[in-house]
Design a binder for this molecule. Structure first.
Ligand code: ZN
Length: 271
């Protein structure tokens, strides 16, 4: 895949369903998108597949498998198969956090690592790659037990082929081991994606107040250099969960996204 922009549907999904989203992206010469299973359900899989085929667009990330509670794990095989039908490059793994009342983080981590191992067996059979995306440590209570690139690398080291890492700047920008861990992931050929947005100061909400690239304090050109130096040559994926941007017209949001990407990331193919 070329060095281009991919857009994650979450960026505009409040006002654009999946069909409208694909159309808006096609009008802007975006050729790769990342999608969500619940958004496919809203428009119907046949219509979503037809729209993608018609636009010639490829699916980069499929969101997502998890959280790792029994009811959701039962769905994992179906979700992996749906991701395969959409030709997704990788499927995002969402572990979820601690269960109600649980205080044994170590046990929860071990349980989730086992779940990832089981899931990987299924993913290998389906032929899709699993993507571990370490989330920000403040989300460990309720949303994840995977909160650093070091942990993600060690899981991948243990499990072998078919699993890799998505690096989202919002989640990892603070990490003092960032350079080493990106280099490690790169050397193993396991960087599957690079999610961009920005960290606002102050951040008013942990889930719904990400910034547009350039509006916050993350050194995005530096992070971009690190992932490229590590051998990643896939798209720069824009993923902005933000009440502020979700309230604006999707076309305007996407125009801003493209403009900012052109300013910040060098050598992007955007036409
Ligand atoms: Zn992300």
């Amino acid at each position: 895949m070329n060095r281009e922009i991919a857009i994650n549907h979450a960026t505009v999904r409040e006002k654009a369903d999946m069909l409208a989203f694909i159309e808006l992206c096609a009008e802007r010469h975006i050729r790769a998108v990342s999608i969500w299973g619940d958004e496919i359900d809203k428009v119907g899989e046949a219509a979503a597949l037809a729209a993608l085929r018609q636009s010639g667009m490829t699916v980069y990330g499929y969101n997502r498998v998890g959280p790792f509670i029994t009811s959701q794990l039962d769905n994992a095989a179906a979700q992996l198969e749906q991701a395969a039908r959409f030709g997704a490059d990788h499927v995002l793994v969402f572990t979820g956090g601690l269960v109600d009342g649980e205080q044994d983080l170590k046990a929860a981590r071990r349980r989730h690592e086992d779940n990832i191992g089981d899931l990987l067996d299924q993913a290998r059979q389906t032929g899709v790659k699993l993507a571990l995306e370490p989330l920000h440590p403040m989300l460990v209570g309720d949303r994840t037990t995977l909160a650093s690139l070091s942990h993600a690398n060690s899981i991948c080291d243990a499990l072998g082929d078919g699993i890799g890492i998505v690096i989202d700047v919002h989640h990892v920008w603070w990490d003092e081991r960032l350079e080493d861990e990106i280099a490690h992931a790169g050397k193993a050929g396991r960087i599957l994606g690079f999610h961009v947005n920005d960290w606002l100061v102050p951040t008013r909400h942990l889930l719904r107040d990400r910034g547009m690239m350039g509006d916050g304090i993350i050194d995005l050109p530096n992070l971009d250099r690190l992932v490229r130096a590590a051998g990643y040559d896939g798209p720069v994926e824009v993923e902005i969960f933000s009440d502020d941007w979700a309230a604006r017209p999707p076309a305007q949001v996407l125009d801003t996204v493209i403009q900012r990407c052109e300013q910040i990331f060098s050598d992007l193919v955007t036409r």
